[in-house]
Design a protein around this ligand. Sequence first.
Ligand code: MD6
Ligand code: FE
Length: 217
Amino acid sequence: MTLDLFADQPALEPTRQPLGAHAVLLRGFALPFVGAVWPAVQAVLAAAPPRQMLTPGGRAMSARLSSCGARGWVSDARGYRYSATDPATGQPWPVMPAPLRQLAEAAAAEAGFAAFDPDACLINHYGPGARMGLHQDKDERDFSQPIVSVSLGLPAVFLWGGPRRADRALRVPLAHGDVVVFGGDGRLHFHGVAPVAAAEHPLTGAARINLTFRRAG
Ligand code: MD6
Ligand code: FE
């Protein structure tokens, strides 16, 4: 007699959901990594606390941002750019922790990008009501490498648009542990995040944390 441990389980959800050309949602892909990734994220945020940045137009972004790796993303009255140092301290950004890099490389490989070599990881902190308007990620020098986006904590609706701002955006629910990888034709598509609903998550409390890995320089 064979023991079928899965006999009573419902069929597994498909893990891979294409979001059009060269973008894929890997549902739950980050879950096995969270035990190592979460303490590393907390250490980065203790060294470089997430802060509200101003857009070049002078408006405060509602998500709070930090970074780790050789380069971090900054925004102020001078514009958007990557910087090797944290403007709050003048010090280099925290080193990208190995568990974060391992998760990013594994997700990229799963999505068909074998040689992903990220030098920047943006960490976005969304409290209740925080959002991210439609934008393109175009401050990087290397568009041949994908972006790997990891969602932790509270759920959110990801807005996945097209190459033009006016293109209709798909509304994609993202849960704790989900990973979106986009590159190739999708690398410069507009995207954003709808306002995060107030709730409590056992790991992150009243927050959604998003990690996006890129090759910036
Ligand atoms: C977020 N993400 O999910 C915001 N950018 O919190 C992004 O802006 C983003 O998820 C490029 C690639 C993936 C992303
Ligand atoms: Fe983005």
